[in-house]
Design a protein around this ligand. Sequence first.
Ligand code: PLP
Length: 414
Amino acid sequence: MTVAQNLKPVRGIADLKQDFPVLAQQVNGRPVAYLDSAASAQKPQVVIDAMTTVMEQHYSNVHRGVYTFGSKTSIAYEDARSKVAAFLNAPSREDIIFTRNTTEAINLAAASWGGTFLNAGDEVILTELEHHANIVPWYFLKEKKGVVLKVVPILKNGALDMAAYDAALSKKTKLVSVTHMSNALGTVNPVAAMVKKAKAVGAVTLVDGSQAAVHLDVDVQAIGCDFYAFTGHKLYGPSGIGVLYGRRDVLDSMPPYQGGGEMIEQVSFDKVTYKDPPYRFEAGTPAIVEAIGLGAAIDYYMALDRKAAHAHEAKLLAEAEQRLSAIEGVKIWSKAPERAAILSFTIDKAHPHDVATIFDQMGICVRAGHHCAQPLMKALGTPATVRASFALYNTMDDVMRLDEGVQKVKMLFK
Ligand SMILES: *Cc1c(COP(=O)(O)O)cnc(C)c1O
């Protein structure tokens, strides 16, 4: 039995909002309706406290000091790694590399694994749903080495064209790198099935779990992927900390990403030897306080009835969608059969940025723009959308506020 399975839910999901101090704030005279968690989530008091406690009570660098502060902080930092492993159901805590964020996690995989094992003519399969963080690192390898990027298109409803995916796979496919859940539309991809097909042609697989880690149950062994990346700040943790999970044999085969302290065994000017993973990939002083904060966020999240939390988010999404699609002139872009927590829409005659600005005057926080997914916007045929995203602390009242905001914009842009 894994640690993840051992953790029993201890708490229902009613009144979670009160755990997040920032949500008690007013914005422009109204209680804040925070609907931009897909960009970054708010932090519960327990995360803030965990980070403050380290700094107030036993802060030091990790893996060095023999004194009590050093060992206490090192234990807390390494505990956070174990919590991440349990959270992802990784086989071992040593499969977990701490990075700055998802972006750095994918850059690490691209530079170290891609830089070593990809050559001119090798094919990397991406999709139109990808965030720029899962495009640009591979584009670097196209520029540098002549790696070929193949892109799986979306259907009209924003789901992946799985027939096109099947057709794109071949013996030339060396890597499939795909998002588990789209940050712009909320589309959830069938990653386990996609990984299975990728394996059948001998390809390595990376899954971008930035959104899925927050809204779905993630089990890297069930998915079967070689890499899984996510970012702390969207999972109710701090910014500055992210995770790359890697399958043991793949990590073992990879050279260091950055060089410096912490990642070496022996250094002379003639020869340097490196530590085993994950330390091989963690050069320099890590984000100690942030890693501990992420551990606290995972504790918070794992202690909840997550089934109820996901159902709660689904209920808010369904209600928002129903209300907004009943308003004339509102176009909903999030339409894939499998999706979660995110509602992308536009309002006739009103530019998304104007919508977000008017919303702000009403205390409603949403994102407007291309959502770091310009190829997706191009495929959809719109330069931008408004995105409302839901998290476990949102309430039906936030959905009403969204509705109220859209009605106001409609009136102003008649
Ligand atoms: C937010 C996000 C990223 C990038 O995360 P960072 O924390 O900015 O590195 C990548 N992919 C998806 C799907 C995201 O939602």
